[in-house]
Design a protein around this ligand. Sequence first.
Ligand code: ADP
Ligand code: NI
Length: 214
Amino acid sequence: MDKTIINDALEFVRNTFNDDYSGHDYFHTLRVYKMSTRIAEQENANLIIVQLAALLHDVDDIKLSPETHVNKGRAVDFLRKHGVSEAMIKTICNIIGEVSFKGTDSVTPETIEGRCVQDADRLDAIGAIGIARAFAYGGNHNRIIHDPEIKPDVNMDADKYQSHISTTINHFYEKLFQLKDLMNTDTAKKISEQRDDYMRTYISEFLDEWDGIR
Ligand code: ADP
Ligand code: NI
């Protein structure tokens, strides 16, 4: 396997996410691809598996493509067209299935490759970029920014997490502040610290302004 498949995958995801405004745009996938490569090099994981799983991790996302979500149809088609073996397709699809955050039903991926991709996807949900993506997602899904009457629920299983309606500020408590402690690799744990601090400072400023303290 050579560079061509990676270049084709980059073009495939660029076309797939062309008109996404929910925080899952092409540049999200590109950042996950670069970050998972960086983590995989440190962790001695299989690079091609990590890179293909990272590039294809959102093409069958339940929110973006519910009809192909279960079978990972778009990812499988792409990989078959490029002559990837069925065994490797299975490995990559398993990783894609493990990556997503599902509240208390989230899983730790079986393989080091899956752990690298999950960490990279989660790192992109926190820090300065994570803040921007959360508000983009909230606006795109008609969620309000903040309502002190609506309390966060930090203990949701997958069904509840996917169906419940909340505010974007609550999303920080319901998911984003939990991610630092869920990182798998030492490389990602280190990177997550500054991003987590930055996000907490931001939310504390936000709430101080809300309460008229600043
Ligand atoms: P994952 O790729 O880990 O499954 P999601 O697809 O749920 O994550 O989330 C993608 C992006 O959208 C993340 O940056 C996440 O924080 C944001 N997001 C998801 N759900 C919400 C929500 N309810 N409110 C605000 N942002 C959200
Ligand atoms: Ni993602």
